[in-house]
Write a protein that binds this ligand. Structure first.
Ligand code: 4NP
Length: 173
């Protein structure tokens, strides 16, 4: 079982979008995630402001346009237990990374990375910017950036033989 945790500040915009898009890409590749599957996804926030809430309606609306459903997700706060439970702990921006590195025991520090580390063809985009206080165009940009990051992460797992089922992987020869 491989476990991936997407992390941002509030867990209502960027990290649930990453969880939803990545789940959608997995499903398109014929791979299911969940407790009883070989891959498990979740998202969390370093802050507790929105615990228990659904994702921001602006994130939900944009995701729905692309066939990705975020409505059923619920915000939760990152815990110390997450550092031992997850294999990949992916922060949306450097502030998220700094926060996690301060919390995380030395033995699990290597699991923490910027989500965009795995993106290809995104020169100069190393972080997913916080869209919360901005306009809808910022949410559109964030969606596009996360979509590219998710494709890169999927490819990373594929080339490292970490996907449970590669039958329908896009581009497989
Ligand atoms: P997120 O966006 O970290 O992408 O979920 C934010 C959501 C809420 C707040 C900040 C960022 N806030 O300050 O309430």
């Amino acid at each position: 079982m491989i476990k991936i945790l997407f992390v941002c500040l509030g867990n209502i915009c960027r990290s649930p979008t990453a969880e939803g898009i990545f789940r959608h890409k997995l499903n398109q590749a014929g791979i299911k995630d969940g407790y009883l599957e070989n891959i498990f996804l979740d998202s969390a926030g370093t802050g507790a402001y929105h615990v228990g809430k659904n994702p921001d309606p602006r994130s939900c609306d944009i995701a729905r346009k692309y066939g990705v459903n975020l409505e059923d997700l619920r915000a939760r706060r990152l815990t110390r237990q997450d550092f031992s439970d997850y294999d990949y702990i992916l922060g949306m921006d450097q502030e998220n990374i700094n926060h996690m590195k301060d919390m995380c025991p030395p033995m699990h520090q290597h699991k923490i990375n910027l989500f965009m580390t795995y993106a290809e063809n995104c020169p100069g985009i190393t972080e997913v910017p916080d869209p919360y206080t901005g306009g809808l165009d910022g949410f559109e940009q964030v969606y596009d950036i996360i979509d590219r990051g998710s494709s890169g992460l999927l490819k990373h797992l594929y080339v490292n033989d970490l996907l449970p089922n590669k039958m329908n992987f896009p581009g497989k020869t």
